[in-house]
Design a binder for this molecule. Sequence first.
Ligand code: GMT
Length: 373
Amino acid sequence: MNIAIVCYPTFGGSGVLATELGKALADKGHNIHFITYQQPVRLGGFQANIFYHEVRVPTYPLFDFPPYETALASAMVDVVKNQDIDLLHVHYAIPHAAAAYMAKQILAKQNKKIPVITTLHGTDITLVGRDKTYSPVVTFSMEESDALTAVSKNLKEETYRNFKIDKEIDVIYNFVDVKRFHKKPIDAFKKLIAPNGERIIVHASNFRKVKRVGDVIKIFQLVAKEIPSKLLLIGDGPERPELEAMTRDCTNKDDIKFLGKQEQMEDLLPIADLFLLPSEYESFGLAALEAMAAEVPVISSNAGGLPEIIIDGNCGYMSNVGDVIDMAKNAIKILKDELVYKEFKTNALKQAERFSIDNIVPQYEALYKRVLQ
Ligand code: GMT
């Protein structure tokens, strides 16, 4: 198939998932055309059947807000026509689903029928999308998509709760390439971070409020009192300055490192002993799944779709949002006993395998076939 994928090219989960999906489909012989404003961060090197089409948004003095959606719809029309595209798969409803609807209408006038699949990722529904500024357009473009998917049952329920739509939503869980993340930790790197064999605790996100990174630091403080540990904070975002200020006040500030945005998560995660994700909401929690694939147990909140991914007391623990004391208690439970720790590690990998690329990608291919029929 010739498939066009529209996504955010950034470190956010939706862009990561869309890029990994494109790469997996390309490996299976499909031709994949990414349409976005920057090369997606996870795209990596050259592959013969992966193409990247950059959306350019020319500025003009009149434009306080350059019309990205118009430029994107025009780019979709161009790529679909000239690359003989069979279907458009857009990730994150805003503004991609609306731009795809526009492109579909333009192409219909030119006698080219193009099915549109929209994958909902989370904040496009739970935070931004349901805001009345956007919701009429989001509702309409979801309804007009030829197929609608959500990355968890929870997100499907949230969508029906927040929007008046009749459209059937297929749940297709996010996935991970287990082989890529299940690697031997780089010893030299581990020694550099934890020279005295301290436990390495990791959090990775876009440092938005919804991630509650402040809770990560609080949990770490409680754990570090009992178990010598180091904290790695991976990613960047609006909350970072405040978090750095919070860290400067900690007596053990040298044990906390902000690594910024990192592309090689498959090299970083294997050196971790524990992954923290105390979010206010996660539709899925792709970062936690990647950690589990690297054999890292997860301490998280029990919000949104996380209970669909993490088995409490097996590959990690879940607590109520904001209950940092319980989260720290559970973290210590896993880290202080080598036997327990090993068991959680093994279980984490087993659980990640349930969401392996080989199980999930065929579900997207089956959906594509259904839509094309
Ligand atoms: O985590 C984020 O805020 C980024 C966001 C995105 O759309 O880029 O992530 C969402 O999609 C990911 C991939 O499907 C999910 O794993 C995340 O749970 C989800 N984030 C939220 O729901 C807050």
